[in-house]
Design a protein around this ligand. Structure first.
Ligand SMILES: Nc1ncnc2c1ncn2[C@@H]1O[C@H](COP(=O)(O)OP(=O)(O)OP(=O)(O)O)[C@@H](O)[C@H]1O
Length: 981
């Protein structure tokens, strides 16, 4: 039977944690968020990152393993880019050896396979199995034996299967041994690293498990063989993503080439209508998987994907691959060979069938007995009911007779007619209903009786078939038995007395029948008119029913609408609640913000107060400082003024003094110069005079001679000297006075200098004071500057605070505005929704009220109609009952007629039978020869039957020989298969 390859998707957990994934998985589809829109890929099942290994195993692998244990080939392979979780899915993570929860498909499949095989061994006595395993790796388009790396493996295509020549095949008895083999092989597997995965498997790993089972039943040997391929493919990513170079690039190229061939094969296989050539032989991978792709295998493909956006291209190409795989049809057949002694096995099967027949027969007998009892019970009940009906009929008849008598004797036709009518109506009222119910009951019981009869007939026929089959099988030469109907007929032979009674009854009934017939004719015409009325009423009833149904459907529609609306209302209420929640949250945050704002306001207030206090303090200080400064300034200014005044006066006096000193010094210097000149002139004169004196003395000496003259000269000279001396003395005193004047002047100058000095010191002091005042002024200026800067900073701070405050206020305002807008929006949507709902509700209510009105109107109409109809119906029912009673009459009359005819037939039959029997008895009594011939006839029949049995045996022998002949090539082919192994 062909079936599509099952494709499953598995999305591993994200490597980026919380980053949004472009893959959104549902149970059976993956919605991919592409740049140019969304695309949906539908697969058999999608496992998201939370799916467990057990989930994957149960869904993907379990059935395939079960089928492989039953003789079907199976393949499971994992496809996807590197690091997408193929090995995780197939084998499990490296720590899965210790954590059984993480075990992948391979260990789980192996365990389950052995569980199944062991269970079969326990269930069937003669069931044996053998499991062989091969484990190979395709790496760089070379096949490596993972169970012995030294082996050289070659592919051999045997048509039906692909053999791996040279690969080690290990026989295993249990799952543990097989897992050891897998573990051993896996460690030999080539692994390398790429940019995408540190433990990337660069090769395709194929675990090939070959299962053979043998089951012996009777002489029949059932041999089944199957191969289970579990494949972990290498990463399917683009080379550019791997950043591979050198050997890695070669690997990637080879991996890609084999996967490209795989993709090509799958694409061709997915379009069988195109009928292209499938290039299985283009790569070892597709050559080995030939049977799994479009061949004799039950195949499942699991595609692994990364959920992260960076791998989106790989994920989409993987999903495209999966979708192509899902279009491939495989035709898996059970690999089974049957051998052994077929004759014996048939005999055994016949024996088993006989046993079964016996068992069923016993069962049927039991059931038949039960049903027979039921039927008898039913028959008893029916006869009882029949008796009751008969009694009612007699009662009615007597009443009818009475009415007829009254009618005949009263002569008043009209009155009698009325009475007659009344009688009929009373009859209808009292008895007709009872009759009607009886009729219904009778109909039901007849139906049941009929069903039982049918069942009885079926059982009988089955029983007879079984019986005849059993007789045929067990006593082929047995006597021919009389048929059941013959036997039954002999059982119901009536006595002559009952026959006479029946004849009397028959006559009576015929008379009544005639009377009833006339009445029936009358009633017939009435019945027809009523029938037409009834039909009309039924039509109107049907219409009314239709309308009711229509209304009912309208009502249900309205109810559905109402439910929808209530659902919508609920959802809106939910939304509202959410909104209210949001609003309350926002309100909370708003409140928090308002509290913050309050706090900020308070802080601002406090700051303001502080500021005011600081300002006050500062103002006071400033005032003090300015006052102090003012006073100091004023003082300093006055001092400066004084100083400058004194300074100017001092400088003037100093100037004057200086001028005076200078003048004096000039005078003194000039006087001193004059005096010095005079002194030098006097000293010159003195020197001249001393010269002259010396000359005079020399002259006096020389002129002693001229003593007189000289004396006179001397006297003159002495006189002159004394005058000169006088003059010198005068000059000296004058000089002395002048020196004293100079000294006094010097003293004056020194005094004045001292004064000046004092004044200068004072001035210095003043200057110092002034400088101090200046420094003070400077300090004050600095303080003022600092104050200015502080003021500036304060102003800046104030500005900042103000701007911040403004920003805060603006933020708060915007936030408030936003929240208000949101709130307004919510309120508006709420209002809108509530309005809509109100409108819808009003509409619905309107509709409801309208429909209710319509409904009520219709109901009223209906009720009226019903009332009318019910009165009509009552009348009709009455008439119907009347007609039914007439029908009843009719049917009972017909029944009775039938009974009579049946009795007549029976009578005829019995008389005939009687004649025949008597004739036969006479014959049998008279001719003994007849019996002998009868025995002879039976003997001949027996001989005939024996002959046919012998012929059948011969035929069976021929057939079994033919079968053996037919089996021979199968055995030969099996031997041929066994030989290369
Ligand atoms: N479903 C998952 N749940 C948890 N971890 C997973 C899952 N799938 C994959 N991983 C982790 O992702 C990593 C890479 O997975 P794995 O080795 O199975 O990828 P791969 O497709 O076989 O890569 P390569 O093709 O290179 O062999 C491993 O650490 C594995 O444990």
């Amino acid at each position: 039977m062909s079936q599509f390859i099952k494709t499953y998707g598995r999305i591993r957990p994200s490597a980026n944690g919380s980053a949004a994934s472009p893959l959104a998985a549902t149970d059976k589809a993956v919605n991919v968020d592409l740049d140019n829109g969304r695309k949906t890929y539908e697969l058999h099942r999608i496992f998201n990152s939370t799916a467990t290994q057990e989930d994957v195993f149960v869904c993907v692998s379990k059935k395939i393993v079960e089928d492989s244990a039953d003789g079907f080939n199976g393949t499971i392979f994992a496809y996807g880019q590197t690091g997408s979780g193929k090995t995780h899915t197939m084998l499990g993570p490296s720590n899965s050896w210790s954590d059984p929860e993480l075990k992948g498909l391979i260990p789980r499949s192996i365990e389950y396979l052995f569980e199944l095989l062991d269970a079969k061994t326990r269930e069937f006595q003669k069931f044996t199995f053998s499991v062989n395993v091969e484990f190979v790796e395709l790496y760089n388009e070379e096949i490596y034996d993972l169970l012995n790396l030294k082996n050289k493996v070659q592919l051999r295509d045997l048509g039906k299967e692909i053999q791996l020549d040279g690969a080690k095949s290990e026989t295993v008895d249990n799952s543990l041994d097989l897992m050891h083999v897998v573990q051993r092989g896996w460690t030999s597997r080539s692994t390398g690293s790429t940019a995408m995965n540190n433990e990337s498997s660069r090769s395709h790993a194929l675990l090939i498990i070959k299962i053979k089972t043998q089951e012996v039943t009777g002489g029949l040997v059932k041999e089944r063989s199957s191969t289970l391929n579990l494949v972990d493919l290498a990463g399917s990513e683009r080379q550019s993503h791997t950043k591979a170079t050198g050997d890695r690039l070669k690997e990637a190229t080879n991996i890609n080439s084999s996967l490209t061939v795989l993709g090509r094969c799958i694409r061709i296989l997915s379009k069988p209508a195109a009928g292209g050539y499938v290039p299985y032989r283009d790569s070892h991978l597709t050559h080995i998987l030939k049977n799994s792709l479009g061949g004799n295998s039950k195949t499942a493909v699991i595609v692994n994907m990364h959920p992260d956006r960076e791998f989106l291209a790989e994920s989409t190409s993987t999903l495209n691959f999966a979708q192509s795989c899902a279009l491939i049809k495989n035709a898996a057949t059970r690999n089974e060979v049957m051998t052994g002694d077929q004759e014996n096995s048939y005999k055994k099967a016949i024996q088993e069938l006989r046993q079964e027949v016996d068992e069923t027969r016993a069962k049927v007998r039991e059931e038949f007995g039960k049903k027979l009892d039921d039927a008898e019970e039913m028959q008893r009940r029916l006869t009882k009911e029949n008796d009751l009906l008969k009694a009612a009929k007699i009662d009615l008849q007597s009443q009818l007779d009475l009415a007829r008598v009254k009618y005949l004797f009263n002569g008043d036709t009209e009155q009698s007619l009325e009475e007659h009518k009344k009688l009929i109506s009373s009859l209808s009222d009292d008895n007709v209903s009872a009759l009607y119910t009886l009729k219904l009951e009778k109909e039901a019981s007849e139906k049941r009786c009929h069903q039982l009869q049918q069942h009885l007939n079926e059982l009988r026929s089955q029983y007879e078939i079984n019986l005849s089959e059993t007789l045929r099988l067990q006593t082929p030469s047995g006597k021919k038995r009389s048929t059941r109907s013959e036997r039954r007929q002999t059982l119901y032979r009536p006595s002559p007395d009952t026959l006479a009674e029946r004849e009397v009854e028959e006559r009576e009934l015929a008379e009544r029948l005639e009377e009833a017939n006339t009445m029936i004719c009358k009633l017939e015409s009435e019945k027809q008119t009523l029938q037409s009325k009834w039909e009309n009423a039924t039509e109107s009833l049907v219409e009314a029913e239709k309308r009711i149904n229509q209304l009912e459907s309208d009502k249900s529609d309205l109810i559905a609408d109402k439910e929808k609306l209530s659902e919508e209302l609920e959802s809106v209420i939910k939304d509202n609640e959410e909104n209210v929640e949001k609003i309350s949250k926002n309100h909370d945050t708003l409140e928090g913000l308002l509290v913050k704002i309050d706090d900020l306001n308070k802080e601002i207030k406090n700051r303001k107060q502080e500021k005011v206090a600081i300002e006050e303090k500062h103002g006071k200080e400033m005032e003090e400082i300015t006052n102090h400064h003012k006073s100091v300034k004023e003082e300093l200014e006055s001092q400066i003024r004084n100083l400058s005044a004194s300074n100017s006066s001092f400088s003037e006096s100093q100037k004057e003094a200086n001028e005076k000193v200078e003048l004096l010094q000039q005078q003194l210097q000039s006087q001193l110069q004059e005096l010095q000149e005079e002194k030098s002139a006097l000293q010159k004169e003195l020197a001249n005079k001393t010269q002259l004196l010396a000359d005079a003395k020399n002259d006096a000496k020389d002129c002693s001679k001229t003593s007189s003259e000289l004396q006179s000269n001397i006297v003159e000279k002495c006189e002159m000297i004394s005058t000169l001396k006088k003059k010198v003395e005068e000059n000296d005193s004058e000089l002395k006075i002048k020196a004293e004047l100079i000294v006094s002047l010097e003293q004056d100058i020194a005094k004045k200098a001292e004064l000046i000095k004092q004044q200068a010191a004072k001035l210095d002091e003043n200057v110092i004071a002034l400088s101090e005042q200046n420094s003070m002024k400077r300090r004050i200026e600095e303080a003022i500057a600092i104050e200015e800067s502080w003021k500036k900073r304060y102003a800046a701070l104030e500005d900042r605070r103000q701007t911040e405050f403004n920003d805060h206020q603006r933020d708060i305002k915007t936030l408030k505005a936003k929240k208000d807008a949101e709130l307004k929006g919510y309120k508006e949507t709420l209002e809108l929704k509530s309005n809509q709902l109100k409108e819808q509700g009003a509409k619905a209510e309107k509709q409801l009220s309208q429909s209710k009105e319509v409904f009520d109107k219709k109901m009223e109409e209906m009720q009226q109609q019903f009332a009318q109809l019910s009165t009509d119906a009552l009348k009709k029912q009455e008439e119907k009952i009347r007609s039914d009673s007439s029908l009843q009459w009719e049917s009972t009359i017909r029944d009775k007629q039938d009974e009579i005819t049946e009795l007549r037939n029976l009578n005829e039959f019995y008389s005939k039978q009687h004649d025949e029997d008597s004739h036969a008895i006479a014959n049998m009594m008279n001719t003994k020869q007849g019996k002998v011939s009868y025995v002879e006839k039976i003997r001949l029949e027996k001989i005939e039957q024996e002959k046919t049995i012998i012929q059948q045996r011969a035929q069976i022998a021929r057939l079994s020989k033919g079968q053996r002949e037919a089996n021979r090539p199968v055995l030969r082919s099996r031997n041929q298969e066994a030989a290369p192994q």
